[in-house]
Design a protein around this ligand. Structure first.
Ligand SMILES: *Cc1c(COP(=O)(O)O)cnc(C)c1O
Length: 230
């Protein structure tokens, strides 16, 4: 079932790429496994899936210990500074950096372990009060500050669009994020590239791909509904 779901999402990714005249290998499908058991991840792993997303440090670290080490873990949830040290040597990329203070902690912990950490800057494009992320207008200045940290590479931007039944509604936010990335890229800031755009979830990944997503984060369409009361 999981493999079928995954394959059907992958097919949709392919279809959206074709529609947008993009190459499918520009888009990484991240299977968001939060709240789901290790056995689910193992099933997809056996099928060849290597990119997984988690939103809690403890859960990511637990799963990291139990699963093969060639899995690429993406941290996509809000990150507290005191937990950075547990995470930093286990992740492929942190998608959710939304303050200079957090970046500074990542810098310090990365320096201790002599790592260079790939990060994305989370932008609250839709300006939803309930969501984390930088304001659109403050993003460039924050990126300039963070670019001074030598153990961090800023690779692009991430956003979580509003929940919607009609994904077309979110197109404006994906367009805005893409535009911001192009603007920032044009400044040629040292240590900063805008190669990656992490946007699109189960409800809106087709539109996100049409608007330039390089990483889509899909949970429900692969693993089914999450039950937070377990
Ligand atoms: C849970 C989560 C997802 C996946 O959401 P689905 O709607 O289940 O696909 C994507 N991104 C982030 C940041 C999440 O927390």
């Amino acid at each position: 079932m999981l493999v079928e779901n995954y394959e059907s999402v992958l097919n949709e990714v392919k279809y959206s790429c074709e529609k947008a005249a993009r190459n499918q290998n520009e888009v990484t499908l991240i299977a968001v496994s939060k709240t789901k058991p290790v056995s689910d991840i193992e099933e997809l792993y056996r099928h060849g899936v290597r990119e997984f997303g988690e939103n809690k440090v403890q859960e990511l670290c637990d799963k990291y210990e139990k699963l093969p080490k060639d899995i690429k873990w993406h941290m996509i949830g809000h990150l507290q500074r005191n937990k950075v040290k547990y995470l930093i040597d286990k992740v492929e990329m942190i998608h959710s950096v939304d303050s200079v203070r957090l970046a500074k902690t990542i810098e310090e912990e990365a320096a201790k372990k002599q790592l260079t950490v790939n990060i994305l800057i989370e932008v609250n494009v839709a300006e939803e009060e309930s969501k984390f992320g930088l304001k659109y207008e403050e993003t460039l200045n924050m990126i300039k500050e963070i670019s001074d940290f030598t153990h961090i590479r800023i690779r692009g931007l991430m956003t979580i669009a509003p929940f919607t039944e009609t994904e077309e509604n979110n197109r404006i936010y994906f367009k805005k994020l893409k535009k911001l990335a192009v603007d920032i890229d044009s400044k040629n800031i040292h240590n900063v590239s805008m190669d990656f755009l992490s946007m699109g979830m189960t409800g809106d990944y087709h539109t996100a791909i049409e608007e330039g997503a390089t990483h889509v984060r899909v949970g429900t369409a692969i693993f089914g509904e999450r039950n937070y009361n377990l």
